[in-house]
Design a protein around this ligand. Structure first.
Ligand code: SF4
Length: 468
């Protein structure tokens, strides 16, 4: 089938349809539905197959984007899914949670005036559709290797490593402290962005492939790292970052001030258990203020709107265009009723009788210093108060002080506790040659897609370590 290379002029960019606003504002269901088949083909057809696919280079996994767009255009979804799985352990997840506007789509040649090809939607479509048609990733390796590998943490890095190692023929055991796999994909990201049935499906595929899961098992409490080292030939650590970053000046111990992950995890756990959401009574009809400008802040804002808050205000210390999260999620929050205040820095939690009543802010602006560097400065005398019944802080995460890692020979960065990677020959190898690591515990809080990239690379490194 010959392509018309001018279709990008005739056809506009099109996103996946969203559920009606009235419905999506009260439900914890994915708001995006699948692209119509004609839209899928048209979007795939818009790809110029340019000789220099910047999208592919900007994608942390270097996905074969133009190639699977072509297969999607030709209706060959199974082959498109096969191809996308060659470079990505979980393309159906990346299609949903990647900030495409900052990655592949942000680098699409058509993003310069015509609107990028909606790559994430096509990635999601072909993989969802292939699964619906009964396709499965192939875990039948030509080798059945005797070496056993332990993966610590069932978040995106650990699962991607387990996926690749299983494809290579290793015996894999995954240790996870929670009752379900996924890490932040399950307990952090709300279901309106990523439904939990997707992780359940992956769990079933892993089990069919022979991966052993030791859930509800905490390293250092239920089993020591030394025991795992004795039992296994290599180890991959992908236990993530869960410790909230705090603003020292804010009284976060006040009643009615909570941390983003505590909030999102509690809501996700109640939804998973099919029980009443305990936070609802604290949010319903209340004024909620969310501090922070990343995707986690947007998740808290949109969760609060669904729990019936009277008003939800997001406050960020810089401008809207400086927000570190995805523009798509900010727009979704606005559509669902959130209000935003920019260039405002929180300076105090206001309280009465130990209960939060609001937040005091000071306005900020950018000034250029003597070295021509841009600095964010507070504007003297510009303080103002915003009333709140509930304040949620979302300033990011850092690596926890993991006691079980302290006793190991793995070197960590002294200030931020991240695991150090030696990267002389093997990209993800730690100072203990038998132990590899990746994802947030190495990078600090980062994107899901980068954790997947680390996990996949970790598996390649372990293969080289064990087989050479
Ligand atoms: Fe884009 Fe993420 Fe998919 Fe890469 S993995 S193509 S960045 S959506």
């Amino acid at each position: 089938m010959k392509k018309n290379v001018n279709r990008f002029i005739e056809i506009e960019r099109c996103d996946a349809p969203k559920l009606p606003l009235a419905q999506r504002k009260v439900e914890f269901k994915e708001i995006y539905t699948q692209l119509e088949t004609t839209d899928l083909k048209q979007q795939a057809e818009r790809c110029l197959e340019c000789g220099n696919p910047y999208c592919q280079w900007k994608c942390p996994l270097h996905n074969y984007i133009p190639q699977w767009l072509k297969l999607a255009y030709e209706g060959r979804v199974i082959e498109a899914a096969e191809l996308s799985h060659q470079t990505n352990s979980f393309p159906e997840i990346c299609g949903r949670v990647c900030p495409q506007d900052r990655l592949c789509e942000g680098s699409c040649t058509l993003n310069d005036g015509f609107g990028a090809v909606s790559i994430g939607n096509v990635e999601r479509y072909v993989n969802d559709e292939a699964f619906k048609q009964g396709w499965q990733p192939n875990y039948t390796s030509q080798y059945q290797l005797e070496q056993k590998v332990a993966v610590l943490g069932a978040g995106p890095a650990g699962l991607a490593c387990a996926d690749m190692l299983t494809r290579m023929g290793f015996k894999v055991t995954v240790f996870e402290r929670q009752a379900m796999i996924g890490g932040l994909l399950t307990y952090g990201i709300p279901a309106f962005k990523l439904e939990k049935s997707i992780l359940q499906h992956r769990f079933e595929l892993f089990q069919q492939a022979g991966v052993e899961f030791r859930l509800n098992t905490e390293i250092g409490r239920d089993i020591s790292l030394a025991q795992i080292e004795t039992e296994f030939d290599a180890i991959f650590i992908g236990t993530g970052t869960y410790l909230p970053v705090r603003e020292a000046s804010l009284q976060i111990s006040t009643n009615g001030v909570i941390e983003s992950l505590e909030y999102l995890t509690a809501v996700n756990q109640d939804l998973l258990a099919n029980q009443d959401i305990q936070y609802k009574s604290l949010v319903e009809t209340k004024q909620v203020v969310v501090l922070g400008g990343g995707d986690t802040a947007m998740d808290c804002i949109r969760t609060s709107l669904r729990l019936g808050a009277n008003a939800v205000t997001g406050v960020y210390r810089r401008t809207q265009s400086d927000m570190p999260g995805s523009a798509k999620e900010y727009l979704n929050a606005c559509e669902e009723g959130a209000k935003f205040i920019f260039n405002a820095q929180p300076v105090a939690i206001l309280a009465q009788d130990g209960q939060v009543t609001g937040v005091r802010f000071i306005q900020t602006k950018i000034e250029v210093d003597a070295n021509k560097r841009k600095q964010l400065v507070n504007i003297v005398g510009s303080e103002f108060d915003v009333e709140a019944d509930l304040v949620i802080t979302a300033f990011g995460f850092q690596v926890e002080d993991l006691a079980w890692l302290e006793s190991s020979s793995i070197e960590r960065d002294k200030t931020n506790r991240r695991i150090k990677i030696m990267a002389k020959q093997l990209n993800q190898q730690t100072t203990n040659p038998k132990i590899f690591a990746g994802g947030d515990i190495v990078r600090g809080a980062n994107l899901v897609v980068n954790a997947i990239a680390d996990g996949m690379q970790g598996a390649r490194d372990i293969q080289q370590f064990l087989l050479n």
